[in-house]
Design a protein around this ligand. Structure first.
Ligand code: GLU
Length: 304
């Protein structure tokens, strides 16, 4: 199948040194495979989106010579497709209404002596799962959840075989949120399939979401793309670089700055220092260097 890759930024801010690594890796991988590179602006979490950031990200990518091969997809226009997928999941018995509040879930675990871990999301205990003793019990539905079953194994092209016991690790996850917004997991799966994506290349912080996305693909009868999770740029506090811990929008003023910025992103991906000619020259050399890097990935995960 012809390679189709994508970069899928959330426009909650402009591109910074960390997000550029994912953008560059997905672009290099598409070009190294002679494939198409698409951009999807993931603007569904509207309260967190910054007005104008989607267009600004596209302009930042263009300044780096990274231009999508097709018109970018905006998730804010895709609600009918998400609603149709949810209908299918309900019809197949994979999704159910949940009336629990955050407080209900917290209380459930506290009553069982499970303390709250700072920063960790509580696993949904399955209170509203249809079945004996479960269900809404006349309460209004707030969210729709996916009924998670079983252990899922998948292979990443770089980090190898991964396993997640989805019910234990993440539980019955949300597809449609209590605030009426579509959940990332559902939207990403529906759109990767609609855009015919064969290869997902993104930061390693998202590797943990992959099992949830694959179980959704299986439930919806959609193909599973190959996955490659790239190394992350870390902030001074050792955590993934993000707006919250000091990431600043990329400075892309002038050719020399753009090349320096790309070179820094390339270093995170394992590219050697490359001769800096024009931007087009740098990108062409980078594609060849990337082809060498991926050739050394674990053989079991070789892309066809
Ligand atoms: N929109 C997500 C983010 O910016 C990335 C989604 C993906 O690549 O699957 O973190």
């Amino acid at each position: 199948m012809a390679y189709r890759g994508r970069f899928a930024p959330s426009p909650t801010g402009l591109l910074h040194a960390g997000s550029l690594v994912a953008a560059l890796a997905s672009w290099l991988d598409a070009r190294a495979h002679g494939g198409a590179w698409l951009v999807r602006i993931e603007d569904i979490d509207t309260p967190r989106c910054l007005p104008g950031a989607g267009q600004a990200i596209l302009a930042q990518l263009a300044a780096c010579g990274l231009r999508p091969d097709e018109t970018p997809c905006w998730q804010s226009t895709r609600a009918p497709a998400y609603a149709e997928a949810l209908r299918q999941l309900r019809a197949g018995g994979f999704a159910y209404d949940c009336g629990c509040t955050r407080k209900d879930i917290e209380l459930y675990w506290l009553q069982r002596g499970v303390p709250h871990e700072v920063g960790a999301e509580r696993i949904y205990p399955g209170t509203c799962r249809p079945g004996p003793g479960g269900g809404l019990h006349g309460r209004p539905s707030r969210a729709v959840r996916f009924r998670a079953e079983g252990v899922l194994e998948w292979t990443d092209r770089r980090i190898g075989t991964q396993q997640q016991d989805v019910p234990v690790a993440v539980g019955d996850f949300v597809l449609h949120r209590a605030d009426g917004l579509w959940a990332y997991q559902l939207a990403v799966v529906v759109d990767d399939a609609a855009q015919g994506i064969t290869d997902v290349v993104r930061g390693e912080d998202l590797a943990d979401n992959t099992a949830r996305q694959i179980v959704l693909q299986l439930a919806l009868g959609l193909p599973t793309p190959r996955y490659l999770h790239t190394p992350l740029v870390l902030a001074a506090d050792g955590r993934k670089l993000s707006k919250q811990n000091g990431a600043r929008p990329l400075d892309l003023a002038g050719d020399a700055t753009v090349l320096r910025t790309l070179q820094a992103a390339g270093t995170v991906l394992g590219l050697p220092a490359l001769p800096a000619g024009t931007l087009a020259d740098w990108l062409a050399v980078a594609v060849r260097a990337w082809a060498g890097i991926i050739a050394a990935f674990p053989p079991s995960a070789d892309p066809p």
